[in-house]
Every structure is written in C-alpha cells, then in structure tokens.
Ligand binder design. Structure first.
Ligand SMILES: Cc1ncc(C[n+]2csc(CCOP(=O)(O)OP(=O)(O)O)c2C)c(N)n1
Length: 327
C-alpha cells in the first residue's frame, strides 16, 4: 500500500483564530465542569479531555453540518463544535430539561441527529460498528458525507473495534477512525494492554492506512484529518488517525490517578496544545495581547452564562422519564 501523501492546506488568520477560540473554549468548559463537580453542583460522572483538545478541534474543524461525529466520554468539545450551544451542553451536564436528553441522562450519552452527533453508549468500542453503519448509509445513499468516530487506545483492544475496521475496509466506507491515545485506559498503561507501539498499525490489517501523529499539535491533527476527510468524501475509503496525547486529570473527576508519576504529568503538561499554538499564532502575527484578551473575555462570559442558564433551568418531571424511549 503506498503511503498517504502529505495534505497541503492554507488557513486564513480568521480561521486560525477560530481554532484558537475552540481550543480555549473547550478547555474552559472542562475546567469549569471540574470545579462544579468539586463543589457538588454537577453530580454526573465527568470525564474531562483537558490536555487533549487539539484532537477534537483538529478533526472537527474541517467537518460540515451533515457529517456525523460519534463522540466518546471525553469528547464534549465535539458536541460544541458540531453546533450544540454551550448553555444546552451545560444543561446536559446538570441533567436539566434544557439539556440534549432533557434530564434523562446526566452525561455524554446524548446526541443530536440534526447536528450530526450520534449518542454513544457506555460499552467501549460499541460506537465503532454503529459509526461504520452510519458511513454505510452515506455510501448507499450516494452522498459525500463522512463519519468521524472517536475511541481510546483501550477500546482498540475490544472486538467491536476490529469488526468495525474490517467492515469499513471491505466496504471502503467514508469513515475516519480517530484514536485518542492518552496513554492510559483508566489505570492501565498502554504497555500492559498492547504488544505494539502504534494503534495506527492495526489499520493495515484491514486494508487501509493508519497514521500516528502528535495529537497535541492542532495543525498536525487538522492536516491529517483534512486528507482523510477528502479521501472519504471521494469514495476512497477509511483512514485511522492515532493521536498521541495525555489526559491531565484522572479517568474521571473522582479518580486521583495515583498510578502515574508527577514527573510524567509535568512532562506532558510541557506539551500543552494551547501555549504551543499561541506561540505559533504570535510568531505569525495572527494573535496579539489584545486579541487574546478579547478571546478570553468572550469565553469567560459564554461559560458564565451557560452555568447560570443551566443552574436556573427546570429539573425534569419524573413522569417524563420514559417519553421518547423505544419500548
Ligand atoms: C467494553 C467495556 N469494558 C470496560 C469498560 C469500563 N471502562 C470505562 S472507561 C475505561 C477506560 C477507557 O480507556 P480508553 O478506551 O483508552 O479511553 P480513555 O478513557 O482513556 O479516553 C474502561 C475500562 C467499559 N465501559 N466498556
């Protein structure tokens, strides 16, 4: 199989600033959620993606509304980038009626078909055959929409992952498998669950390309995604993009992550995707101190408004617990 060619791209200063905005908004959203959990105000399981934001931003930036994402527990940012308003997303975390699932689920199992977001279940890897099914629908309908399906390196050891990749390869489906390799599956380090270094290599067994990239470099993720999305739209089949990254918090907010060292965390924090991109934008004269202050102020007021809205929103009525459910 010839290696995939490097994709050329050019982003305008406005687009680069938009990427910067998304990185910071998603970080701020997760950071506020973490505080709300500690304050006892949000009681659902919260799985932050702090440190991993470049993956969601780089993969979603080139998507259209009619494309689908299949997010996992750590991909709250993809909901926002696909068009869910921050106040609706915050309501979801508070399990209020104004959230996506109207208070019937407290975390990230909800979706929105109109915005192209498929609600995931708790079974890891189980979103991948479903994502392949959505991609099969697009192929059968002869439309050029694509699916972006997220999973952790832990989930890549589950049978569903292999079935989905095999089916996608055989059918040449318009799907991009995005592995968020954050080095741990709960407390299990990657070397205790896989005998190979790169999840990306698994794609080759199923007849398509897999690439391992720096998942903390938003432009690298965007570049790899743009190429994969373009090939998928043209009917050239799937791609697996493995994004090497690290989650700064524990598996969820109740996990103190004693299984890793302070030095390891500090090393990865030095690779924080946000300052790296900030420095890049400053060196290209796209960002100055005033613009950065404006972005920060906009984000702070968006998050404050979302929390205020969610906290004041009505609680669900117990009678509504089974409406909208299939029996
Ligand atoms: C099939 C299955 N096995 C086990 C679990 C329990 N579990 C929930 S999250 C998690 C770790 C997931 O690790 P990974 O797939 O790498 O994603 P990450 O949380 O690191 O983003 C486990 C084992 C589950 N939800 N589903």
């Amino acid at each position: 199989m010839p290696p995939i060619k490097r994709t050329k791209f050019k982003l305008t200063p406005e687009q680069l600033l938009e990427m910067f905005y998304w990185l910071k908004l998603i970080r701020a959203f997760d950071e506020r959620l973490s505080i709300l959990v500690r304050q006892g105000k949000v009681r659902s399981g919260v799985y932050t993606g702090i440190g991993q934001e470049a993956i969601v931003v780089g993969t979603c930036f080139g998507l259209r509304r009619d494309d689908f994402v299949c997010p996992l527990h750590r991909d709250l940012g993809s909901f926002l980038m696909k068009g869910v308003e921050p106040r609706v997303m915050m309501s979801q975390m508070f399990a209020k009626t104004t959230g996506l699932s109207k208070g019937r689920d407290s975390a990230l199992h909800s979706g929105d078909n109109q915005l192209g977001i498929f609600g995931n279940t708790s079974m890891l890897g189980a979103n991948l055959p479903v994502a392949a099914g959505i991609a099969l629908t697009f192929k059968m309908e002869k439309v050029d929409h694509v699916v972006v399906a997220y999973f952790g390196e832990g989930a890549s050891n589950v049978g569903d992952f292999h079935e989905a990749l095999n089916f996608a390869g055989v059918q040449q489906l318009p799907i991009i498998f995005v592995c968020e390799n954050n080095q741990y599956a709960y407390s299990v380090p990657i070397e205790k669950s896989m005998a190979i270094d790169d999840v990306a290599d698994r794609a080759h067994s199923y007849g398509f390309d897999g690439v391992a990239i720096n998942g903390n470099d938003v432009l690298a993720v965007y570049q790899a995604s743009l190429g994969a999305i373009g090939r998928a739209r043209k009917g050239d089949g799937p791609t697996l993009i493995e994004c090497k990254t690290y989650r700064w918090h524990g598996h969820s907010e109740h996990d103190k992550a004693f299984y890793r060292t302070d030095e390891e965390l500090a090393m990865w924090k030095s690779r924080d995707p946000i300052p790296t991109f900030t420095t890049y934008l400053q060196s290209r004269h796209v960002l100055d101190a005033q613009k950065e202050k404006d972005v920060d102020a906009r984000i702070a007021s968006t998050i404050d408004e979302a929390v205020e809205f969610a906290m004041n929103a009505p609680e669900p009525d117990a009678q509504e617990a089974v409406t909208d459910l299939y029996a």
